[in-house]
Design a binder for this molecule. Structure first.
Ligand code: AMP
Ligand code: MN
Ligand code: MN
Length: 319
């Protein structure tokens, strides 16, 4: 489907809907939260009856406007359910299955691995963030992107682009940031809160993970992990593991960084990052995961040693 036509369709179904539910992926990051709140505020401006449903998230985003309106679950059904920053229905946080029961569904996203699971799908796989893709939708809906909406969108753009560092950042991204400065969005403050400030538990987890860094394939792969015991010991809260995968990635000569985190259910959540050429979404796909070329993830079963061996083996193949 031509994406321009799909955008037209999405604008039309949003204009037509009275009740709208906004959903995003489990373990929401800055882009998931920012795009959800940004669209929520935009649809409020259009006087829609709208809910925003978001899973537990890091307290570094507590400064965002309207976050107290977030709901833990959706209604039974909506005229329209919108999934943001989510590549597949199985990754969607939706405890009430509202998405499944809604009359019309839309997905707005920037994952190349998006499965086109909604009735209408607007996916820009070259976009640095769903928040950036959302600008087009909001403009087409004649929403005024004010300071509050701008704060939400900039939080997503800044975090998902590694602070304007990734190659997906284009002239439009900087132009939008400049416009947002003009309407009063405190960009340096958002940068500081989302990037520089670490919780104590986050700092402690980072030092544990740093002490366990192991290198493979002539130091081109860096690997580390944290266990449930570590998470309990430091009294970790949602999002306190964020940033650990970058420790390995930022070491000179490392192409792929792999970070494994034990989950409550005994499985391991895996984060992959690459620097120059390895498409880590391909590696993640081998384990039923997905993501982007330079940032991807999957879930893998224990035992630990077997899991690590498999992950390293699939990564080495692509070096
Ligand atoms: P993370 O390492 O958790 O920050 O995730 C990096 C990227 O991989 C994000 O774009 C996620 O959407 C994607 N991702 C993470 N885990 C999975 C998974 N189990 N299945 C599909 N995609 C994932
Ligand atoms: Mn995300
Ligand atoms: Mn994203």
């Amino acid at each position: 489907m031509n994406s321009q036509i799909e955008l037209d369709n999405i604008v039309e179904v949003i204009n037509r809907a009275k009740t709208i539910g906004i959903f995003t992926h489990v373990s929401p990051d800055g882009d998931a939260i920012g795009s959800s709140l940004g669209l929520y505020l935009g649809l409020k401006q259009l006087k829609k009856d709208v809910d925003v449903v978001v899973d537990e998230y890091s307290r570094c985003f507590h400064f965002l406007p309207a976050r107290e309106d977030m709901k833990e679950e959706g209604r039974k059904e909506y005229d329209l359910a919108i999934a943001l920053d989510c590549a597949s229905q199985s990754r969607l946080f939706d405890p009430n299955d509202s998405f499944l029961h809604s009359k019309v569904t839309v997905s707005i996203d920037h994952h190349a691995s998006n499965t086109y699971f909604a009735n209408f799908n607007y996916v820009e796989d070259e976009s640095p963030a769903t928040c950036k893709t959302l600008i087009k939708v909001l403009k087409r809906l004649n929403v005024s992107i004010n300071k509050e909406i701008g704060e939400c969108l900039m939080a997503g753009i800044i975090t998902d682009s590694g602070g304007f560092r990734y190659s997906t950042v284009d002239d439009e991204t900087f132009e939008f940031a400049a416009q947002m400065l003009d309407v009063g969005v405190p960009i340096s403050d958002i940068y500081y809160r989302t990037f520089d400030v670490k919780t104590k538990a986050q700092f402690e987890l980072s030092s544990i993970a740093t002490s366990r860094l192991t290198f493979y394939s002539k130091d081109r792969i860096a690997f580390t992990y944290i266990t449930m015991e570590d998470l309990k010991k430091v009294k970790a809260a949602a999002g306190d593991h964020e940033g650990i995968v970058n420790i390995g990635r930022n070491i000179e000569g490392v192409e792929v960084s792999i970070f494994l985190r034990e989950d409550e259910d005994g499985t391991y959540k895996v984060s992959f990052r690459s620097n120059d050429f390895v498409d880590v979404s391909e590696v993640a796909k081998m384990f039923d995961g997905g993501g982007h070329a330079r940032a991807a993830g999957c879930t893998i079963d224990p035992p630990f040693e077997v899991a690590v061996k498999k992950l390293i083996k699939e990564t080495v193949k692509r070096l």
